[in-house]
Design a protein around this ligand. Structure first.
Ligand code: ZN
Length: 210
């Protein structure tokens, strides 16, 4: 088996290996962009499959290497044969990539709650908002996506260190971790046309939480 990038003769090789490849997670959501070199490494280690962008068929390293290369497609030159450059790959057995997380930060929490009090619905400037622990810290509540909400100063003062049940307040919606895709942006200048489908699919197929 030819390991691309180590045995090469073509001048195409150096340029193409630095090209970007879109990486999808198990659920076919785009999670990052890597180099073609890294994509080949993941294929070779059997961590990913190539996605044929036209018909979504999947190829492992062997079957991808056996494919004939359509005219005009980029390739890398191995010892004996040319291998088409993968533009999109999907990870299939790499757990740490399964679920990209939105980091639990003040900024992201305010963003999730759209700068509005989750008790009265009032939209405020950030100085007039605070973070409320739904189950208070003194009762064992922790700082997390599901236990923290944005609250206006008045509602936060009213609730104090008590539970919503004790004060008879209600949350407008259940706090949940926001889907990572809302934070997903492709920080690349060389975006490929074959990615469009997957990047827009992510928008529509993201699981919405209540
Ligand atoms: Zn309020």
């Amino acid at each position: 088996m030819v390991r691309p990038g180590w045995n090469n003769r073509g001048t195409m090789h150096a340029t193409c290996l630095a090209d970007p490849t879109l990486v999808l997670n198990k659920n076919w959501l785009p999670i990052q962009v890597c180099t073609v070199r890294r994509a080949f490494t993941m294929l070779f280690k059997d961590l990913a499959r190539v996605v044929e962008p036209d018909d979504f068929s999947l190829y492992d390293f062997e079957s991808w290497s056996d494919l004939s290369i359509p005219r005009g497609e980029s390739f890398v030159q191995g010892v004996g044969d040319r291998i088409r450059v993968p533009e999109v790959i999907v990870l299939h057995n790499c757990d740490r990539f399964n679920r990209p997380r939105v980091v639990f930060t003040r900024r992201n929490l305010f963003r999730r709650d759209r700068n509005s009090c989750q008790y009265c619905g009032k939209r405020c400037t950030t100085e007039n908002l605070s973070i409320d622990h739904v189950i208070p810290r003194c009762a064992g509540g922790i700082g997390s996506w599901t236990n923290c909400v944005v609250a206006c100063l008045a509602c936060n003062a009213r609730k104090g260190g008590r539970t919503i049940k004790q004060v008879g307040m209600r949350l407008l919606r259940d706090p949940a971790e926001p889907p990572a895709q809302s934070a997903f942006t492709l920080h690349v200048t060389r975006r490929k046309a074959s990615w469009d489908h997957f990047v827009s699919e992510a928008y529509w197929n993201t699981e919405l939480k209540p």
